[in-house]
Design a binder for this molecule. Structure first.
Ligand code: URA
Length: 191
C-alpha cells in the first residue's frame, strides 16, 4: 500500500481535473499519520493555495483554536485535509466532477490513517462521506452534531461526525456557539 508521502507527491503532480491549471500549490493535507481524528474540509482557499497547507487562513485559525482549546489536542495530533486538494478559482464551490476526480486521494488517506472518527466540515465533505455510508444528505443543519457510522468493506467502523464549516461560523456568533458545542461532543466521543 502507498504511504501518505506518496499520496502527497501524487496530489502535487495531479492533473486529473482542470484545477491544476490555476493552483499555485496543491494541498494534500497534514498531520499525525496515526491520528484518531481526521478533519475533512471543502477545498483550499487563497492562503492554503499559497502555503500548500490546509486550513491556515482565518477559518483555519478558528479550527486550530477549537482543536486546542476545546479538544485539548495539538494540530499535529490530528490529520487535516480537504475533499478537493486544489483551490477552485475565486473560492467557488468545487464541482461534482472535481470531487469525483479528487476523492480517491481522500479514500487512500482514510485507508492508511484508519481514524476512529472523521469530522466533516460543511456540506461538501459531509455529502461525500454520506455517499460512502449510503445515507442520503439533505442539509448540513439537519445532520450536524450527530454521530454516524461508516462500516467499511473490511468490516472496520469509522464514526462520522458532521459539523458546520468554520468559515461559516467566522462572522456568525450563533453558528460559532453551535460549532463549539459540536466540538464538545467530539471530545466526549473521543474519550
Ligand atoms: N476551507 C477549507 O475547506 N479548507 C481549507 O483548507 C481552507 C479553507
Amino acid at each position: 500500500m502507498v504511504d501518505l508521502q506518496e499520496i502527497a507527491e501524487q496530489v502535487r503532480n495531479c492533473r486529473k481535473c482542470d484545477l491544476w491549471k490555476t493552483r499555485k500549490n496543491a494541498v494534500p493535507g497534514e498531520g499525525n499519520p496515526h491520528a484518531e481524528i481526521m478533519f475533512v474540509g471543502e477545498a483550499p482557499g487563497e492562503n492554503e493555495d499559497i502555503e500548500g497547507k490546509p486550513f491556515v487562513g482565518a477559518a483555519g485559525k478558528l479550527l486550530t483554536k477549537l482543536i486546542t482549546e476545546v479538544l485539548g489536542l495539538k494540530r499535529e495530533d490530528v490529520f487535516i485535509t480537504n475533499i478537493v486538494k486544489c483551490r477552485p478559482p475565486q473560492n467557488r464551490d468545487p464541482t461534482e466532477e472535481e470531487i469525483i476526480a479528487c476523492s480517491p486521494y481522500l479514500r487512500l488517506q482514510i485507508d492508511i490513517i484508519k481514524p476512529k472518527l472523521i469530522v466533516t466540515l460543511g456540506r461538501h465533505s459531509t455529502s461525500y462521506l454520506f455517499s460512502l455510508i449510503g445515507k442520503s444528505f439533505s442539509s448540513i443543519t439537519r445532520v450536524r452534531g450527530k454521530e454516524f457510522e461508516w462500516k467499511k468493506d473490511d468490516n472496520t467502523i469509522i464514526k462520522v461526525f458532521p459539523t458546520y464549516h468554520p468559515a461559516a461560523a467566522l462572522y456568525n456568533p450563533n453558528l460559532r456557539k453551535t460549532l463549539e458545542d459540536d466540538f464538545r461532543k467530539i471530545k466526549s466521543i473521543l474519550t
